[in-house]
Design a protein around this ligand. Structure first.
Ligand code: NAP
Length: 280
């Protein structure tokens, strides 16, 4: 039997419905919309992603202030946004300009405006199982799993990828949700055999079709975060979706799986930052 497709759109719609109500309430009280500062990245893909964020935010009543800066002034630019009372959240599009250290950039963001959870304080809070801003894509993955009532408590879980943006925070959130988590990466020996032990397999490595049927346990739930644009215009995930569909019990499609939840979570975080900001 073909695996159930776990579509991201209904998950994102549910998040947006709550954001819509909160944005109206906030705008009425504060006399302005929640505002995200979007700092441009260094390539066209970042620009396209930025436009997508802006379109969706504006459609739901949030404001986006787009800006850019070169390497010499980049950190000062971020410090300026951190101090600006009209800005609630800050999102850095990647790649960062040449010569800017990701660590220094994250440190230049006020942690209470860090809506994509990249400041060490927020990642540290996540590791300590305390509330803070967690990275949006990983948070969206957890929301998707909860939306489709995938059992996390005690689930034997493998996360493939350990970046601070997706894999590592996702592993921490899954541990917090009582899953038993193994993390794989580029140095993992016999990755397919490790992945095959998972009842829940989450993949975020950025390699089209890397996970095939040999890495999937019969009946597993497979969550694919990969977004790999192809020369022919297609977008492929890290999982060979068609090839695993007769083995897995459920799988996220690409596009249309984890992708739609990320921007909705960023909006939710921007609203929360605005509310915290207003509460002082
Ligand atoms: P990244 O920073 O490049 O990290 C990739 C991770 O995958 C690293 O931990 C790396 O291991 C691991 N890896 C790479 N090649 C591997 C291999 N052959 N075998 C095992 N592990 C391997 O990428 P990222 O930012 O986490 O993004 C991962 C994917 O998610 C990309 O396709 C990206 O486009 C996508 N993404 C999607 C969204 C969304 O909204 N759905 C958002 C962000 C990213 P090492 O640590 O050992 O190098």
């Amino acid at each position: 039997m073909a695996a159930r497709l776990l579509e991201g759109r209904p998950v994102a719609d549910a998040i947006w419905a709550e954001v819509d109500a909160g944005v109206s309430r906030f705008a009425e009280m504060a006399g302005r919309p929640p505002t995200l500062a979007l700092v441009s990245g260094a390539d066209d893909a970042a620009a396209a992603y930025g436009r997508q964020i802006e379109r969706q935010f504006v459609r739901h009543g949030l404001r986006v202030a787009t800006s850019s800066s070169g390497a010499p002034d980049y950190l000062d630019h971020l410090r300026g946004l951190s101090a600006d009372p009209g800005i609630d959240g800050i999102l850095l599009l990647t790649p960062l300009p040449d010569g800017v250290s990701p660590e220094q950039a994250a440190l230049a963001i006020d942690p209470v405006k860090d809506v994509d959870g990249q400041h060490p304080l927020n990642l540290g809070r996540l590791a300590q199982r305390r509330r803070g801003f967690a990275p949006a894509t990983a948070t969206g993955g957890i929301r998707l799993l909860k939306h489709y009532a995938v059992e996390l408590r005690g689930a034997r879980t493998v996360v493939v990828g350990r970046s601070p943006v997706v894999g590592m925070p996702l592993a921490l959130m899954l541990i917090d949700a009582d899953a038993t988590v193994t993390v794989c990466h580029s140095r993992t020996a016999d990755l397919a055999a490790v992945a095959r032990e998972a009842d829940l397999l989450c993949v975020a490595i950025g390699r089209a079709g890397f996970i095939g049927p040999d890495a999937v346990k019969p009946g597993a739930v497979v969550i694919d975060f990969g977004t790999n644009p192809q020369d022919d215009g297609r977008l492929l995930g890290d999982v060979q979706t068609d090839a695993v569909t007769d083995i897995a019990s459920a799988v996220t499609p690409v596009p249309g799986g984890t992708g739609p939840t990320t921007v909705a979570v960023l909006a939710e975080h921007t609203l929360r930052a605005a509310e915290l900001h207003r509460a002082g």
